[in-house]
Design a protein around this ligand. Structure first.
Ligand code: ADE
Length: 230
């Protein structure tokens, strides 16, 4: 799976691609992430990418001109790849990301061109011209799409085969509309709070049952809305 990210703030992706599980997935060639600066595609001498909105109003809008060139360049790069591709725009008005949507994106075997907006957004004609899919990471507004893009990529990449162990995927929150049970590790006694004895019993069936009950208890406590979906 390939991600091509179009942004005005490339440096925001430095830590993301160089850390932990995402770095390992890149090193193992499970995924590639290329980050491209939209500003490189400007044709005016001041390298301007944004202009005030027609009709007035606050903020600046990223112009269709450099952005379309950046998209065309990205499409060209993916042209000879056997996988199909989709163009995504991180936007607070998009479809809200959840576990099932991440799973859909990760199982599609597509490549993705992701547009990160900043300021007041991008020219609407880009969305129409390229049949862009809009994704939001939640009902709040960020200053730009870069963090949202990283959240999106992280949630998709970790579900790709080989990125993390199959076992951790099976038991994690949201796979079955239940939140994950509480976890404990050393020390056994932390300020008088001891690890539940059953977890030291070595009795796998009882431990599995206990964890299931705990999952249900935790879900009822924190996300009762999920219980209704079971
Ligand atoms: N850009 C700004 N806010 C956003 C959000 N909530 N989700 C995705 N992209 C965004």
């Amino acid at each position: 799976m390939k991600f091509i990210v179009l942004t005005l703030f490339k440096e925001m992706f430095d830590a993301f691609v160089n850390t932990s599980i995402i770095k390992r997935a890149i090193d193992k060639e499970i995924v590639s992430i290329e980050v491209i600066d939209i500003r490189e595609f400007t044709s005016d001498k001041h390298n301007r990418v944004d202009f005030p909105p027609y009709g007035g109003g606050s903020g600046m809008i990223i112009s269709a001109e450099p952005l379309s060139k950046a998209i065309d360049y990205s499409i060209e790069k993916l042209k000879n790849d056997s996988n199909d591709f989709e163009i995504i725009y991180m936007s607070p008005r998009g479809k809200v990301l959840n576990y099932n949507l991440s799973k859909e994106f990760s199982s599609k075997k597509y490549n993705y061109i992701i547009i990160c907006g900043h300021y007041e957004g991008i020219d609407e004609r880009i969305i129409e011209e390229y049949n862009v899919k809009e994704i939001s990471i939640g009902d709040y507004v960020l200053t730009g799409g870069e963090l949202a893009c990283q959240v999106f990529m992280d949630s998709v990449i970790r579900l790709l085969p080989g990125a993390i162990s199959e076992e951790s995927l099976l038991e994690e929150s949201h796979t079955s509309n239940l939140l994950e049970y509480p976890q404990y590790t050393k020390p056994y006694d932390f300020r008088g709070r001891k690890v539940p004895d059953i977890l030291l019993s070595g009795h796998h069936k009882n431990i599995a049952e206990y964890r299931k009950e705990e999952s249900i208890r935790i879900t009822k406590k924190f996300r009762p809305d999920l219980i209704d979906k079971n």
